[in-house]
Write a protein that binds this ligand. Structure first.
Ligand code: URA
Length: 246
């Protein structure tokens, strides 16, 4: 594991106190004896104070910096990616490039996608190695809202919006879709918020009211909004607040 990876945003995961030298050794590539040298040479601060005591007790909320950079426990990984067109939301695929191939991460085979997008859909994809967290994102019981910006072939009418907001019948589904929110942006563009994640759901909802989705882009999952700094194909690690929001 590289140091840059360890400095990336991820969660600090320990609920007990730990010796400072042991903590630093556990989140970096340094051995305990190398850590002692770093401490003696004044390169470590704890909660903004220089700290040379290897036995200092680090707690859950202690901020430890080495050479001015905050150390974090690598723990689980939580990533947001701006999915480009033409990539599949899969870990492996014989025919197409996968979103996982866009990541420059160690052990990327341990990562999975929390909520897939179709090959021709762009936008926010969450990727993690934390199965419980991804279950919270995708579980139908959790009512996690997803916001999509869509463009249609035919004009979007008030009647279409009303029917979609109430819930529409989809082929091969027992129940109608849950109530949704649809806001018109222009004649052919709307922002749709849904709390389910059925197969091709948005395209099927528009088809159910006699229209066709031409362009589809996911902007938001729960409170996590696609970072506008991310160009298609780029990614970043989630902040602790973003991870905790789901
Ligand atoms: N609904 C769709 O139809 N496609 C997607 O990729 C996501 C939601």
């Amino acid at each position: 594991m590289t140091l840059s990876c360890l400095f990336s945003n991820s969660i600090l995961l320990f609920s007990y106190s730990m010796r400072l030298d042991k903590y630093i050794a556990s989140v970096t590539d340094y051995s305990r004896s190398e850590v002692k040298i770093l401490l003696r040479s004044g390169r470590v601060t704890v909660d903004d104070q220089l700290q040379r005591d290897a036995g200092y007790k680090v707690k859950e909320d202690t901020v430890v910096c080495l050479n001015g950079e905050r150390l974090r426990n690598a723990g689980h990984r939580y990533i947001m990616l701006n999915k480009p067109l033409g990539y599949v939301s899969a870990t492996k695929d014989k025919e197409h490039l996968t979103v996982i191939e866009l990541l420059d991460e160690d052990n990327s085979d341990q990562l999975h996608i929390a909520g897939r997008l179709d090959i021709d859909t762009t936008g926010l994809v969450l990727i993690t190695d934390d199965g419980q967290w991804s279950h919270r994102v995708t579980s139908p019981q959790r009512d996690c809202n997803k916001v999509y910006l869509l463009e249609t072939v035919d004009p979007i009418t008030e009647d279409m919006i009303a029917r979609i907001e109430l819930g529409v019948e989809l082929n091969n589904e027992k129940n109608p879709t849950r109530p949704a929110k649809m806001v018109l942006v222009d004649e052919h563009t709307a922002r749709l918020t849904i709390s389910e994640g059925k197969y091709h759901q948005v395209k099927r909802m528009l088809a159910a009211v006699g229209n066709k989705v031409d362009v589809l882009h996911r902007e938001q999952i729960g409170d996590i909004v696609l970072d506008e700094e991310l160009q298609p194909g780029e990614y970043r690690h989630l902040t602790e607040q973003e991870v905790a929001s789901l």
